[in-house]
Design a protein around this ligand. Structure first.
Ligand code: KG4
Ligand code: ZN
Length: 330
């Protein structure tokens, strides 16, 4: 059994996953409310909170899995990319737990874990496949030939899709994180009400969301405070439609270009209902099989870290004690 630990941003996560990829427990302690009043994640606060709750979160993950530390064979932790202070709490905890029992340890890349999250569970995906990862910090398309690695096909040139949701929500006066708020509000609005720009599906597989955000800013400014409040659901629905269409257009191009028959989604934006149903429809239309992990495997979680660790090199004690965290993707 593998104990996974994830603390790259504002969620303190621990999970127990079997070598076969069955999730025994997946505990997520969200700090969302703590950062809400600042309108975004404050790195120093995130690190301090991870330190306060990482112990109980790991205990909880073990208990829910019906396991004890003695049942764990490998410890896995996210080593990057993410907030350095936050990452160091999880990585140091993992080192300490592994060293105390002289267990092997695996350092996992957060983005790769999102890419291969669909390898977990009763119906694991098989390579080759194309994955769309859309989160608050990253948005990219990847091709997976072997679970050990992925090849990036395209990425956002400016904002991440989740960032576009969060910044848009802020313009609409909605609390952080904005994705779930826009998702909820959009279901009551008209997605055709406002014509927001789409980045046209050209040759490349890169994304851009900054123009869309600016378009929303202008729309809100033109409407004024009172009318913006009145039309908030329509604005949210139209804005969400533009983000989702941009993601789906690139995903479709990637599937056709790469000639794969399987696609997967990962990252917090994968929780978006319009995106989920859009991917299902895309799968039907192109005749490809679709993997959409449950909500708790899409947002940041430690089950995907433990799951990805199955395909990464195991470092023996004490070689991992010098492992370092990294803030940015290589
Ligand atoms: O993967 P994740 O939990 O953390 C990062 O690694 O960034 O993704 C968080 C992002 C946030 O930007 C949040 O607004 C977005 O995912 N998100 C959503 C939804 N739920 C979370 N975006 C759109 N619709 C949702 N339902
Ligand atoms: Zn993430």
């Amino acid at each position: 059994m593998i104990l996974g630990i994830e603390t790259s941003c504002d969620d303190t996560c621990a999970a127990v996953v079997s070598e076969a990829g069955i999730v025994r427990s997946n505990v997520i302690a969200s700090q969302g409310l703590l950062h809400q009043r600042y309108g975004g994640v404050v790195p120093e606060i995130a690190a301090r909170e991870h330190l306060a709750v990482i112990g109980p979160v790991i205990d909880d993950a073990l208990e829910r899995a019906g396991a004890e530390l003695a049942d764990i064979d490998v410890i896995a932790a996210t080593s990057g990319p993410g907030l350095i202070g936050a990452l160091l709490i999880g990585l140091s905890t993992a080192k300490a737990l592994a060293a105390a029992r002289q267990l092997p340890m695996v350092a996992v890349d957060h983005l790769h874990a999102h890419v291969v999250a669909s390898a977990l569970g009763e119906r694991p995906i098989e390579p080759p496949f194309v994955a769309l990862v859309a989160s608050g910090g990253h948005t990219f398309l990847a091709r997976v030939e072997r679970f050990e690695e992925h090849q990036t096909l395209g990425r956002t040139l400016d904002d991440a899709a989740g960032e576009a949701f969060d910044k848009g929500a802020r313009l609409l006066g909605l609390p952080y994180p904005g994705g779930p708020e826009i998702d909820r509000l959009a279901s009551e609005g008209d997605s055709e009400a406002f014509a927001f720009p789409r980045s046209a599906p050209g040759e490349g597989l890169d994304f851009s969301f900054s123009g869309l955000k600016t378009a929303l800013l202008y729309a809100v400014r033109d409407l004024g405070e009172a009318r913006t409040a009145e039309r908030r659901a329509d604005l949210a629905a139209s804005y969400q439609r533009a983000i989702v269409e941009a993601l789906l257009a690139r995903l479709e191009s990637a599937v056709i270009r790469e000639r794969v028959t399987r696609v997967a989604i990962g990252g917090g934006v994968g929780a978006n209902r319009e995106l989920r149903s859009g991917i299902e429809a895309l799968g039907d239309r192109l005749g490809v099989e679709v993997w959409i992990p449950g909500f708790s495997l899409c947002t940041d979680n430690a089950a995907m870290i433990a799951g990805a660790a199955r395909f990464q090199p195991r470092l023996e004690y004490p070689s991992y004690l010098g492992l370092d965290a990294y803030a940015r993707a290589a």
